[in-house]
Write a new protein. Structure first.
Ligand code: XMP
Length: 360
């Protein structure tokens, strides 16, 4: 039986560094290329020239906000884009509602690749994608719990028949076999991570899953064209550094961004303190809300402390990530991956790694 590792099982060995300031570090990442079609009329107006060109989809911050109804709607998508990352607008709504969210976010996002929208792999997903694409969406995320599935294969095939020149993200998967299958089925990027999310109960309910860091290592272990989008279980900025060093191109955050002003819903007061709701999309409450029935609950509903503006939460996360790069002597993600040396921690090392001051 193979042993697997989770974020807390490893540390990165500090490396010689000549980085003098964290501002020298570029934590930007790339989602691949998107095809652009430029049409121009001839001067006489008698003919139309069509030119195709490839454009890189670059982000200055490798962070994506999760497509959950307590995390990403228009306001979060706009704020994520402003911060240099991007948000995936969730799909637990009508097509009209989701299109309205995308249109509203686009008012604050200048580039059409500055936000993404989630769709399913069955039901109205094709119509949803077509309408979102008409509204300008270029990045789609096929967002299902078990992405290594024939539904996802069919959905990727059908989307490619109907929509051109877009980026297709799909998932979630946990194994290299699944990653490679989704890549072969046409996914431009693959969400990697099953059951590791803070509000997930999939592993408890079904006995299935793989620690997210292990899945990242596995999926990034071979040559690939699809990007690795690590998802679920990030608790602190150090986990993000470990994920990027292990081969992730981006990380998806839920709980680390939950409770901010830009998440949907109001802050609630309890015992003089403010909280916001954060729930798994497969929790009983969420399922009842979006489809009126619950089959098997694989998530929980929680409240998290209210945390103010997203920009300040992200600034703290980004500061930690930049600092992490400099501890590895790395100026960018490529250098981080090349230089990273992972060490396994014993249980007593884990205790030492966490703050452990003794009060007497
Ligand atoms: P974090 O740890 O960032 O995880 O809060 C967010 C990710 O968790 C996934 N997700 C779920 N997984 N049951 C699950 O097993 C659920 O109800 C659920 N809701 C969200 C999703 O991948 C998200 O990005």
């Amino acid at each position: 039986m193979r042993e697997t590792i989770a974020f807390d099982d490893v540390l990165l060995e500090p490396q010689y560094s000549d980085i003098k300031s964290r501002s020298e570090v570029d934590i930007g990442s790339n989602l691949g290329k998107i095809m652009r079609v430029d049409t121009t009329r001839s001067e006489a107006g008698t003919s139309v020239n069509v030119e195709m060109r490839e454009e890189e989809i670059n982000f200055s911050v490798p962070i994506i906000s999760s497509p959950m109804d307590t995390v990403t709607e228009a306001e979060m998508a706009a704020a994520m884009s402003k911060s240099g990352g991007f948000g995936i607008i969730h799909r637990y709504n009508s097509i009209e509602e989701q299109v309205a969210m995308a249109v509203s976010a686009f008012d604050h996002v200048a580039q059409d690749t500055g936000l993404a929208a989630a769709i399913g792999a069955t039901g109205d997903y094709l119509e949803r994608a077509i309408e979102l694409n008409k509204a300008g969406v270029k990045i789609f995320c096929i967002d299902v719990a078990h992405g290594h599935h024939s539904h996802v294969k069919d959905a990727l095939f059908n989307l490619k028949q109907k929509i051109n020149n877009v980026h297709l993200m799909a998932g979630n998967v946990a194994t290299l076999t699944a990653f490679k299958d989704l890549e072969n089925w046409g996914a431009d990027s693959v969400r990697v991570g099953i059951g590791g999310g803070s509000i997930c109960s999939t592993r408890i309910r079904t006995g299935h899953g793989i620690p997210t860091l292990q899945s990242i290592f596995d999926c990034a272990s071979v040559a690939r064209t699809a990007k690795v989008i690590a998802d679920g279980g990030f608790k602190k900025s150090g986990d993000i550094v470990k994920a990027l060093a292990a081969g992730a191109d981006f990380v998806v955050l839920g709980s680390m961004l939950a409770g901010t002003d830009e998440t949907p819903g109001e802050a609630l007061k309890k015992d003089g303190k403010l909280y916001k709701k954060y729930r798994g999309m497969a929790s009983e409450e969420a399922q009842l809300d979006w489809r009126g029935r619950c089959s098997v609950s694989e998530g929980i509903c929680a409240t998290v402390p209210y945390r103010g503006r997203l920009s300040s939460v992200l600034a703290e996360i980004e500061g930690g990530v930049r600092s992490g790069f400099s501890y590895s002597g790395a100026r960018n993600i490529g250098e981080l991956r090349a230089r990273a040396r992972f060490l396994k921690q014993t249980t007593s090392a884990q205790l030492e790694s966490n703050t452990h001051i003794l009060f007497r």
